[in-house]
Design a protein around this ligand. Structure first.
Ligand code: FE
Ligand code: CA
Length: 415
């Protein structure tokens, strides 16, 4: 750390000196001395640590320096070197490796370290250091080697964690499990305005539009100790749905096109995506291995919205949610025919979005239940979104829908 910090200071000093030489002040006696290191504000690691996108030889380590998480972060407007360390034991002795990265103001002083050269299917511990401050210790795990055959693989999937919808006790329990990874399927934040009637409130006065507002919203979620514990215990594989940006947005169309011009929405979307990247343990380049060539016994597809056809109206009348795959039937049929052609082994689609649990067969033709199922879909309930429903009311509305659905969803009895 100290060696690197010195190098960095020298590099900045050299470029600073060049700028001075080009200007009128040619001689500055103090320019010969490196600046003393400037202290950081206290408590820069309030947002915890996370890891993600595990490979058989690597994982992404994440943190964001934010001494004032809900008020823009609170970091000085300069590049800050951050030391990282990863080892096979929590005392950082076995197989320890380390390095230095930089937290920049441009990325909200977030840090994404893509560590490689690790052992496959192995638990690791990691931490960061900025100035003299140490982060909490995180735990992570690399993926099994690509052609290994582990007897089992325990993982969790989660979605829909509206901060105003309740508390993250589900993560408190999840952090006690022994899991290889957590797949998060979308709605990590909700863009809703503060609701004074909610169990706990969003900040600000309305929905986020700017980068600063999306940063504060993500930071508010990340201050939750149960969410931090789940991030600090397992690597996460994340994908976003709609609420990370705007409810039910599609391409360049916002929820309320009358209220947001295309230009304004494009700018909003860029801000939302950037804040999302800054707060997630994401690798810069995404993984593109084809399903077809995976050679795996099971192929799990993490996905945001429901694949199975789902008539949401009891009785002969039909009503479909076109925000789901019911709105993209031709594309869905093509994908399911591809599944059915036998080139993808045991496809299982994992889905969020619905705020209740469904288990469905997937068929290229949902209107003909006698055609063979080509895969399965498991839709998980929410972490908090939708709150605690009235069970009687839930059964009254969903039981008739379940009974008449050609894709035969089976609702878990414990909901
Ligand atoms: Fe949701
Ligand atoms: Ca119906």
């Amino acid at each position: 750390m100290s060696l690197y910090a010195e190098k960095l200071t020298r590099r900045l000093f050299v470029s600073g000196a060049a700028a001075v030489a080009a200007g009128p002040m040619l001689i500055r006696p103090e320019a010969g001395y490196a600046e003393p290191p400037r202290p950081l504000p206290a408590d820069v690691f309030q947002l915890g640590v996370a890891s993600g996108d595990p490979l058989s030889d690597g994982v992404v380590l994440w943190t964001r320096l934010a001494p004032q998480p809900i008020a823009g972060g609170g970091m000085p407007d300069r590049v800050v070197p951050v030391e990282w360390e990863i080892a096979e034991d929590a005392a950082f002795r076995r197989g320890c490796r380390s390095g230095v990265t930089h937290a920049t103001p441009e990325l909200g002083h977030s840090v994404h370290v893509d560590v490689r050269g690790l052992r496959s299917d192995c638990v690791y511990y990691f931490r960061f250091k900025a100035g003299s401050q140490l982060s909490p210790v995180g735990r992570t795990r690399t993926a099994p080697a690509s052609h290994s055959q582990p007897r089992n693989l325990r993982f969790a999937f989660a979605s829909c964690q509206d901060y105003q919808g309740g508390f993250y006790t589900a993560y408190q329990h999840l952090a006690q499990e022994d899991l290889a990874f957590v797949a998060f399927l979308g709605d990590y934040i909700y863009e809703g305005a503060p609701n004074p009637a909610a169990a706990r409130q969003h900040d600000g006065t309305g929905e986020p539009y700017t980068l600063a507002e999306y940063r504060n919203r993500h930071a508010r979620y990340k201050t939750d100790p149960d969410l931090q514990a789940a991030h600090a215990t397992f690597p996460w594989i994340v994908t976003f749905d709609d609420h990370e940006i705007d409810n039910n947005w599609a391409d360049e169309i916002p929820q309320d096109p009358d209220l947001q011009s295309p230009e304004a929405f494009r700018a909003r979307r860029i801000a939302a995506f950037q804040a999302y990247y800054e707060h997630m343990p994401l690798r810069r380049g995404s993984l593109t291995d084809g399903l077809q060539s995976s050679g795996s016994t099971w192929n799990l597809l993490a996905n945001q919205v429901m694949w199975a056809q789902n008539d949401r109206k009891a009785g002969p009348e039909q009503s479909f949610d076109f925000d789901n795959w019911d709105g993209y039937r031709a594309q869905r049929k093509r994908l399911l025919e591809f599944f059915g052609a036998g080139r993808v082994a045991n496809p299982v689609v994992l889905t969020g979005d619905r705020h209740c649990t469904w288990v469905c067969d997937l068929r290229p033709d949902f209107d003909d239940p006698s055609t063979p199922a080509v895969g399965a879909e498991i839709t998980g309930t929410s972490i908090t979104s939708g709150g605690n429903p009235n069970t009687a009311a839930f059964h009254a509305s969903y039981d008739p829908i379940m009974a008449e659905s050609p894709s035969r969803p089976h609702r878990r009895p414990d909901l």
